[in-house]
Write a protein of this length. Structure first.
Length: 364
């Protein structure tokens, strides 16, 4: 097996597939990148048995073949090389000779036959959407995924297709974030799939453009095809809770607040909080929103934002981190807070199709 590839393109390709490589694994071959050279193309693939990432780049292939190379060592070497091209020459024992400029190295690979093969699956649903839109969708809700493994379905992101709408949902039981968009197309009818958070984070990292991507959903697997990459993941099995039941049917108050200003005030006022006092008070009164916080360990503080509010003063308390998360991941200049009373769920709306629902904290 022998081929030549551009060093910069190889470096970027290794970065695309290398992030799921773990530092420790029961199977040494999972620390390697699968390399297939044929038809003047080099395909790189990595897997952790849950996620599989592949990317393809141009190469001058003299002798086609397959092998696996230690992914992190190869990426480190390619990053240090000085030269335009890297020449690979691999023998039958999977000893990989590298040559770039004045550098000459040999890496000990493992047989390609030991690398886990791709599982075949039949897609029952296909969605086409712009890469930039799907990236924003993930960013707007991923922070609300649960870290508690006791409810496995909540550790992933729900991908729900209904009619002509695609909805992503994340919840940890204390707050819920959802983003709805109209993709270019949905074929295969309505249906749901629960994507592991790690997969969603990988997809978000790989998306870098405005071209169309394809999402193919099967019964137990899902495939994401984007510009220069292919990701296959196992789905989380189980039934996601009915998220629409969490959203109140109506609200008695709607207040618009400038997003960046509000976020800055939350972060500033929260500085006087300690771990044992994790809430801030929002008080709406006379066209102003006052933020207050205090703790016995640090002190107290307040700040305010001008808003359009009239009527009886209204007070509600929140976990400041939960309140700041949607603002930090929202591109809308103004958010709308929708409230009923200090004890019932509060909704935050931002960009078109975005909704965040949070439970207030009951002060003792």
């Amino acid at each position: 097996m022998k081929f030549t590839v551009n060093r910069e393109k190889l470096q970027k390709a290794l970065q695309r597939v290398g992030s799921i490589i773990g530092s420790r694994s029961m199977f040494p071959v999972l620390g390697n990148v699968f390399m297939q050279a044929e038809d003047n193309l080099l395909t790189l693939t990595t897997t952790d048995l849950e996620i599989r990432i592949s990317t393809t780049l141009e190469a001058v292939v003299e002798v086609p073949g397959v092998t696996t190379a230690p992914a992190r060592k190869l990426a480190s070497l390619v990053g240090c090389f000085i030269g335009a091209d890297v020449v690979f020459d691999i023998d039958e024992k999977d000893h990989i000779k590298l040559r770039c400029g004045t550098s000459h190295f040999t890496l000990l690979g493992l047989a390609a036959a030991d690398f886990p093969g791709a599982e075949t699956f039949e897609a029952v649903r296909e969605i086409k959407i712009k890469e930039s839109e799907f990236k924003k969708m993930i960013a707007s809700i991923a922070y609300a995924v649960s870290a508690d493994d006791s409810r496995k379905v909540l550790t992933g992101i729900l991908l729900s297709a209904r009619d002509t709408a695609l909805t992503l949902v994340a919840t940890d039981g204390k707050r819920l974030a959802m983003q709805e968009k109209t993709p270019e197309s949905i074929t295969g009818g309505d249906g749901d799939a629960i994507i592991p958070l790690k997969t969603a984070q990988e997809i978000r990292r790989l998306l870098d453009g405005d071209e169309l991507m394809t999402i193919r959903i099967g019964e137990k697997q899902c495939m994401f095809l984007g510009n220069g990459f292919e990701v296959t993941t196992k789905l989380i099995e189980g039934n996601y809770p009915n998220y629409r039941q969490v959203v109140p049917a109506s609200f008695s108050r709607t207040i618009e607040v400038p997003t960046a200003v509000f976020l800055g005030k939350i972060e500033t006022v929260s500085l006087v909080l300690s771990d044992s006092s994790s809430f801030i008070i929002l008080r709406f009164e006379n066209n102003r929103l006052t933020l207050q916080a205090s703790s016995t360990e640090v002190g107290e503080g307040s700040d305010m934002v001008e808003v359009a509010f009239e009527g009886e003063p209204f007070e509600v308390s929140f976990n400041p981190a939960f309140l700041a998360d949607p603002l930090r991941n929202c591109s809308a200049e103004t958010i709308r807070m929708k409230l009923n009373d200090p004890l019932n769920p509060v909704a935050i709306e931002g960009d078109e199709g975005f909704l965040y629902v949070i439970m207030p904290i009951r002060k003792k």
